[in-house]
Design a protein around this ligand. Structure first.
Ligand SMILES: [Zn+2]
Ligand SMILES: [Zn+2]
Length: 271
């Protein structure tokens, strides 16, 4: 799995918003494509080689780069033989058409469907993508959002999307190899009213309860330091902890548990 974007909702120099590329020898699956992520994604796989995109929820920091991807698919130098499957949450297609309808003709319908094979996933069902399977769990967030578990050949990764601490995600992530969990809040942050995010410590608590092999903290704020995130998660989680960085490559298979970075400078700089 390659971390394409690890920022919370505000992109920053060298750090895009949420996106993760899950690859093996045969397929390239993208989970979310947030602000600034498309340019990062192209460093690892170009758009004509993608097999599917799955969007967790319709907040801009998780899907807005579908728009530059659409321009690439429509006008770029690399052409696909078939439309790119795009899996949206319930009501996502209506929201996307409404957004692009502001600048595209005829409500934006063709703008999207010209290049994407748009499908609405059923969060209660298992979704087969190639030789892999996806299951979902409703998160605890401000709008309907879905955590995603992808399994293939006995290997599994669970991505929390955006969420406050949530038992449904613990169940979804149970026993998985890699748990990519948001850690938007700083240790002393207090969410007023409805909660929609977690801290690094709470990510550690979910990872511990789920018995995952490795926790990857992501979707963190500009003022968070890797050290603070790492330490707060380790207070609650006995397993391996990593802090996500754009362009970082993480092996999902237990036999290859080392984390390595690409040669991109952003992958090694200090936070
Ligand atoms: Zn977000
Ligand atoms: Zn969100």
């Amino acid at each position: 799995m390659t971390v394409v974007g690890s920022s919370s909702s505000i992109p920053r120099p060298d750090r895009a918003c949420s996106s993760y590329l899950v690859q093996d020898d045969e397929s390239s699956l993208v989970l979310d494509l947030g602000t600034g992520a498309f340019a990062n994604l192209r460093r690892h796989v170009d758009y004509d080689r993608l097999d599917a995109i799955v969007i967790s929820h319709m907040h801009a920091d998780h899907f807005i780069d579908l728009i530059p991807l659409r321009y690439a698919l429509c006008y770029g130098p690399f052409r696909r033989k078939r439309k790119l499957p795009l899996y949206l949450p319930p009501d996502g297609e209506r929201m996307l058409h409404k957004l692009v309808g502001a600048f595209a003709d005829e409500g934006g319908g063709d703008f999207i469907s010209e290049v994407f094979d748009v499908r609405t996933y059923d969060p209660a069902a298992t979704l087969a993508i190639g030789a892999g399977e996806i299951r979902f769990a409703l998160t605890s967030h401000y709008i309907p959002a879905f955590a995603i578990r992808y399994e293939r050949s006995g290997q599994s990764v669970t991505y929390s999307a955006d969420t406050a601490p949530e038992d449904r995600i613990v169940e979804l992530a149970r026993g998985c190899d890699l748990f990519v969990c948001e850690s938007t809040l700083l240790a002393d942050d207090v969410e007023r009213g409805m909660r929609g995010h977690s801290s690094g410590r709470e990510a550690g608590q979910m990872a511990q309860a789920a018995g995952v092999r490795r926790l990857v903290l992501t979707h963190y704020a500009e003022c968070a330091t890797a050290r603070d995130l790492d330490e707060s998660a380790r207070e609650c989680f006995d397993g391996d902890v990593a802090v996500a960085d754009d362009h970082q490559v993480l092996d999902i298979a237990p036999a290859h548990s080392n984390c390595r970075s690409s040669d991109h400078p952003a992958a090694t700089r200090m936070r």
